[in-house]
Design a binder for this molecule. Structure first.
Ligand code: HEC
Length: 239
């Protein structure tokens, strides 16, 4: 049953992919970045502001956990879902103000590992991530892109700065169970290794010769890159 469903999804995606090639200018749904754009853009009509900011807190979770090859990116569109921008995330089966009626929320919280998203072998989202997404939807699903400057480049400890950054922006594609490019970023040892061999910084600075990271997402802010750099210079301590 599941296989048939997957088969159909692949067939549909393939057709959509072919169809899409004929569009001259398919706009890449955009990532608005975290530090441009002034003004508070709000999504729903009854948005309650409790400090969640879409482009900083929500979008990176979707990019890092749902948009891998074959999944919910603009090419593959698995099951018709695309999780690369506010517009596409809220486009299908999405009920602003009601997480429990929202398809994607049901999928990330499904107890059946065969139905749950992200699918095994990827790990489920953390409880904190699920709670955050539920709150965001229940509060009206804001589309805020002006998230202020919460980042302090003088704070670069592993526990307070580096680990949360990896969890939000990188872990979905670089977990121990599915480590893209062999790079593991959900353990201290993995992050330390990738940092001290230089690849991680090259990737987030998006230098030539390495794959630009986070793949499919906006470049990290100057402040975030500075945090990683200072932590690297300090010898990548487990502090
Ligand atoms: C949507 C999936 C995805 C996300 C999110 C992602 N990566 Fe990657 N990453 C990949 C894939 C796939 C590869 C291996 C293939 C390649 O090089 O493009 C890779 C490769 C890498 C490499 C090796 C690059 C090289 O050329 O040697 C590093 C380092 C890396 N990622 C770091 C990160 C960091 C740090 C983040 C978070 C800021 C991140 N990635 C977020 C998918 C992702």
């Amino acid at each position: 049953m599941k296989l048939i469903k997957i088969g159909t999804a692949i067939a549909v995606s393939a057709i959509m992919a072919i169809a899409c090639q004929h569009k001259a200018n398919t706009p890449a749904p955009a990532n608005t970045g975290s530090n441009n754009n002034s003004g508070n853009n709000t999504g729903g009509n009854n948005t309650v502001d409790t400090g969640i900011c879409f482009s900083r807190d929500i979008l990176p979770i979707f990019i890092a956990n749902c948009t891998q090859s074959g999944c919910h990116n603009t090419t593959d569109k698995a099951d018709g879902y695309v999780f690369t921008s506010y517009e596409t995330i809220t486009a299908k089966g999405f009920v602003k103000g009601n997480a429990s009626e929202t398809k994607l929320y049901k999928a990330i919280t499904d107890n059946d590992p065969n139905d749950r998203m992200p699918q095994a072998p990827s790990a489920p989202l953390s409880n904190a991530q699920m709670t955050l997404i539920a709150r965001w939807i229940n509060e009206g699903a804001n589309n805020k892109t002006d998230c202020g400057t919460a980042c302090d480049s003088n704070n670069f400890t592993y526990s307070a700065a580096i680990k949360p950054m990896m969890d939000t922006y990188c872990k979905g594609c670089h977990s121990s169970t599915s480590a893209s490019g062999g790079v593991v970023l959900d353990t201290y040892d993995g992050v330390k290794k990738a940092t001290l061999n230089g690849r991680l910084l090259q990737a987030i600075r998006q230098e030539a010769g390495v794959s630009a990271m986070p793949s499919g997402g906006s470049k990290l802010s100057t402040c975030q890159i500075a945090q990683v750099q200072k932590w690297a210079v300090a010898g990548a301590p487990n502090n």
